[in-house]
Ligand binder design. Structure first.
Ligand code: G6D
Length: 345
């Protein structure tokens, strides 16, 4: 078990430090201080060549400009909040919006716009890096100052645990997430050969602004039915046939917490990742972050190269009873955990 670190850039006068956690099987987690970003989930092949199972940018500046939030930690609240408006204890709040009339991914000054302090630990059977920062109400517009910590823990069973800790001096909201995109294939060209399973029977209905309407729709016998493993190319074709949409960008309500929320695999390169979460939802978003700034023709000729798996409480939960409780009570801490178990198959 070992940890290494290196400076990979700077933002204003803050150094961006990259951390590499490695276990005894040479599996690695790579993350960096800017946006507490997850940059690598590296696994060795039979020739001990390391392959990254998640998308990353080589140029650190892309992480500051690309809108796809590749690997970013998102908070205080992942997903959209209608008009940035919400009420806690009969007090109305409005956070400055950053996507048309609505708030997305914690707003313009959310977790993904900061450089975080880091501390590393070598534990008995794991290695850990914890990013921490206090974000004030003045900085991001949410009520209360929040002390937040994001820990990446890699153990010797090839499991990555990400823990989100939050504590605030006032009642506020807390539904953070990791905006990680998976591509298990060696060449990272497309996700068409991936199989996906989501432990869900319902998904969230959304409107034209991608805001939840409050209704849950049944997945069964639709393109949204991933209860059994489904090939992604087939699922995308069925989605387009049923809805005209060319990509998934949808929140699924999880059936339970005992089973993996998501299982994603690439049988040709013999890799599988099972995702476990202690919250009730996961957004699955197929995208091509490399396409940012490219022509529509380029995008059309480049099939999707990433599946974002965003474990969280269902989106806009504060405005939809039954979607889950994302209130963080004053001076009471909360910790959310998401785990990613790698297996060679
Ligand atoms: C788009 O609608 C999608 C979001 O779900 C995603 O998080 C973002 O791109 C990166 O806004």
């Amino acid at each position: 078990m070992k940890i290494s670190k290196t400076k990979i850039g700077s933002i204003a006068d803050h150094q961006i430090i990259q951390y590499t956690l490695e276990n005894d099987h040479h599996v690695q987690v790579v993350c960096m201080s800017y946006a507490a970003t997850w940059q690598g989930f590296m696994v060795p092949d039979q020739n001990d060549k390391l392959h990254n199972m998640i998308l990353k940018f080589d140029d650190v500046r892309e992480y500051l400009t690309n809108p796809y939030h590749v690997g970013h930690t998102i908070g205080r609240v992942g997903g959209r909040i209608k008009s940035g408006d919400f009420t806690i204890n009969n007090v109305k709040y409005c956070v400055p919006v950053n996507e048309g009339q609505n708030l997305i991914h914690g707003g313009a000054h959310g977790f993904s716009s900061w450089n975080w302090k880091a501390a590393t630990e070598i534990l008995q059977d794991a290695v850990k890096v914890t990013f921490s920062r206090t974000i004030t109400a003045q900085e991001d517009g949410f009520p209360g100052d929040i002390e937040a910590k994001i820990s990446y823990i890699l153990d010797n069973h090839d499991k990555v645990t990400i823990q989100f800790y939050g504590q605030s001096n006032a009642d506020t909201l807390f539904n953070p997430m990791t905006h990680v995109y998976f591509n298990l294939s060696n060449d990272h060209k497309t996700i068409n050969n991936h199989e996906l399973q989501i432990n869900s029977h319902q998904h969230v209905e959304t409107d034209v602004q991608k805001l939840p309407t409050g209704r849950l729709l049944e997945n069964r016998k639709t393109a949204f039915d991933f209860f059994k493993p489904v090939n992604m190319e087939s699922a995308l074709a069925q989605l387009q046939q049923e809805t005209g949409k060319t990509q998934f960008d949808d929140a699924f309500k999880l059936a339970d917490r005992e089973h993996p929320a998501v299982v994603i695999c690439d049988r040709s390169d013999h890799r599988q990742v099972s995702v476990y979460s202690d919250r009730n939802g996961v957004v699955m978003f197929t995208a091509n972050p490399d396409g940012f700034g490219k022509s529509k023709e380029w995008e059309a000729s480049h099939p999707y190269n990433g599946i974002a798996i965003e474990a969280q409480t269902l989106p806009d939960a504060i405005n939809h009873p039954g979607f889950g409780d994302i209130v963080l009570r004053a001076n009471k801490s909360k910790v959310y955990t998401v785990q990613y178990q790698y297996e060679e198959i």
